[in-house]
Design a protein around this ligand. Structure first.
Ligand code: SAM
Length: 218
């Protein structure tokens, strides 16, 4: 699956996408992530990408020309839907991430627009955006964290990305846990700061362990 991200702060993504599961998935070619600096698409001689809002009011608005040109150029490389990360969008959940992973995979990817300032000119949304997605009911300073959260969450549902495909079967929010939250986890040492690992987990009796874990769901 190919993600193209349009942002005015491309270096924000450097660290996150070069570590852990996402790095492994890109090395295995299960994921392709391309970051694009919006200013490269601005025809303004100062590479300006924002301006004052018509009608007055606080803050700046991202101008349509660079965004529309960026989307047009990227659509030639990525046939997936164009998504604007926005607090006004459909809220990201476990179930929706699973659905979007399968929908976007059929289209081989998605193009993500990260807003800044007061947001983007409405005509960009009218002309090129297929879907608006929010990562929660709060307002961030920009769409970059939202894009990272969305890619991370959706990628976990791409076959092969998680080492063990059963990992998300029994997770918090998964259908199998029927709205309950996952059981607690323990690892070595058996005693830490006077706190013992529950005896049943050391028993080797998988029926008993499963029963204990079911009982611990909250
Ligand atoms: N004026 C906008 C409003 O009231 O809806 C908020 C703009 S916000 C300061 C700047 C950018 O951050 C937005 O264009 C969007 O891309 C991103 N953003 C902020 N909160 C978000 C959220 N909860 N989910 C996804 N993106 C968000």
């Amino acid at each position: 699956m190919r993600f193209d991200i349009i942002t005015i702060f491309p270096t924000i993504f450097d660290s996150y996408f070069h570590e852990g599961m996402i790095r492994k998935a890109t090395e295995q070619k299960l994921l392709e992530i391309h970051i694009h600096n919006l200013r490269d698409f601005s025809t303004d001689k100062w590479k300006k990408v924002d301006d004052i809002p018509f009608g007055g009011g606080a803050g700046m608005v991202m101008t349509p020309q660079p965004l529309v040109d960026a989307v047009k150029a990227l659509k030639k490389l990525n046939p997936g839907p164009v998504i604007y990360l926005s607090p006004k969008g459909e809220t990201l959940t476990h179930t929706r991430a699973k659905r979007w992973a399968s929908e976007w995979q059929k289209k081989s990817g998605a193009i993500l627009i990260c807003g800044r300032y007061e947001g983007i000119d409405q005509r960009v949304i009218d002309l090129c955006v297929d879907q608006e997605i929010s990562i929660g009911k709060y307002v961030l300073t920009g769409g970059e964290l939202a894009a990272m959260t969305l890619i991370d969450t959706v990628s976990r549902f791409i076959p092969g990305v998680l080492g063990d495909e059963n990992s998300h079967q029994e997770e918090t929010f998964s259908r199998k846990l029927q709205g309950k939250k996952e059981y607690p986890h323990y690892t070595k040492p058996r005693n830490f700061s006077g706190l013992e690992v529950p005896e049943v987990l050391l028993s080797g009796n998988h029926a008993k362990i499963n029963a204990w874990r079911r009982n611990q769901l909250s």
